[in-house]
Design a protein around this ligand. Structure first.
Ligand SMILES: CC(C)(COP(=O)(O)OP(=O)(O)OC[C@H]1O[C@@H](n2cnc3c(N)ncnc32)[C@H](O)[C@@H]1OP(=O)(O)O)[C@@H](O)C(=O)NCCC(=O)NCCS
Length: 229
């Protein structure tokens, strides 16, 4: 089943189109006259390999992910799987690069968990050297906002290892509520792990939409063919 079935866009609708900063209140467009960094969410490409490998090769980054630190060869395969375009199937992920001042600092993505229930899930990882400035929060906020505004999701979830305090803080910062803990429901890296589920609903997002202060611009993939059919 295609995502377009749910959201009801016309066949010609392009899921990914260049969309400058209309996500958040006021002037979020990159302002060349300030010293603020410019954050851009854009498609991933082959030229991202070096940075992708550096980030996903870092044990600190993958500590609470399913992956072990990736070698360069593994990173190349991992990255190439993230170039998917075309119609989005339920369960498939779409991932994007996050640049700050033209440097890849992390990645955000979403998956369509359920067409029937209009539920999306977001995922993300960032270079620890870029931590502490709100970049990840801002990029995930854009992804979440996009899930609501463009995909017409009713509910967006984040699932995380219960020990992943920074990820939990990020979601809480964006108004996600902790809904529950699945006890030892995953076996990751040789141990049973608890998983937390956080979620934000469509009407809640409209109310708690964060007042982000970073200048942002969001660029989506422009596909060869319409995504929805
Ligand atoms: C989860 C992860 C993305 C969180 O990164 P982060 O650096 O904490 O997030 P941000 O870049 O948004 O920075 C937040 C910090 O910047 C601060 N900050 C500064 N300016 C800010 C602003 N304008 N807006 C929001 N936060 C701001 C926040 O207060 C926060 O500080 P704190 O850490 O002292 O609380 C990161 O730890 C990561 O990539 N981990 C590895 C991969 C992973 O586990 N992914 C999640 C799987 S579920």
């Amino acid at each position: 089943m295609k995502w377009g079935t749910v959201v009801g866009h016309s066949p010609a609708f392009e899921m990914f189109h260049v969309k400058h900063q209309s996500c958040f209140n006021g002037s979020m467009a990159a302002d060349k006259n300030t010293t603020h960094p410019t954050l851009i969410v854009r498609p991933l490409g082959p030229s991202d390999l070096e940075r992708h490998a550096a980030i996903m090769g870092n044990p600190e980054v993958v500590r609470y992910l399913y992956e072990e630190p990736l070698s360069s060869a593994e990173a190349e395969v991992h990255l190439s799987r993230r170039f998917a375009s075309g119609p989005l199937e339920q369960g498939e992920w779409r991932n994007f690069a996050v640049d700050v001042n033209d440097r890849l600092i992390g990645e955000v993505g979403f998956t369509l968990k359920s067409v029937l229930h209009r539920e999306a899930e977001v995922g993300y990882f960032f270079d620890p050297s870029s931590s502490g400035h709100g970049y990840a929060t801002a990029a995930v906020a854009l992804m979440v906002d996009w899930c609501f505004s463009e995909l017409k999701a009713h509910r967006v979830v984040g699932r995380l290892d219960a020990r992943n305090v920074r990820s939990a803080s990020l979601l809480a910062r964006l108004g996600f509520l902790a809904e529950g803990t699945f006890r030892e429901n995953e076996f990751v890296k040789g141990e049973w792990t608890d998983e937390l589920v956080y979620a934000v609903l469509e009407h809640e997002w409209a109310e708690v939409q964060p007042q982000l202060t970073l200048p942002l611009a969001m660029f989506h993939v422009k596909p060869e063919a319409p995504v929805f059919d």
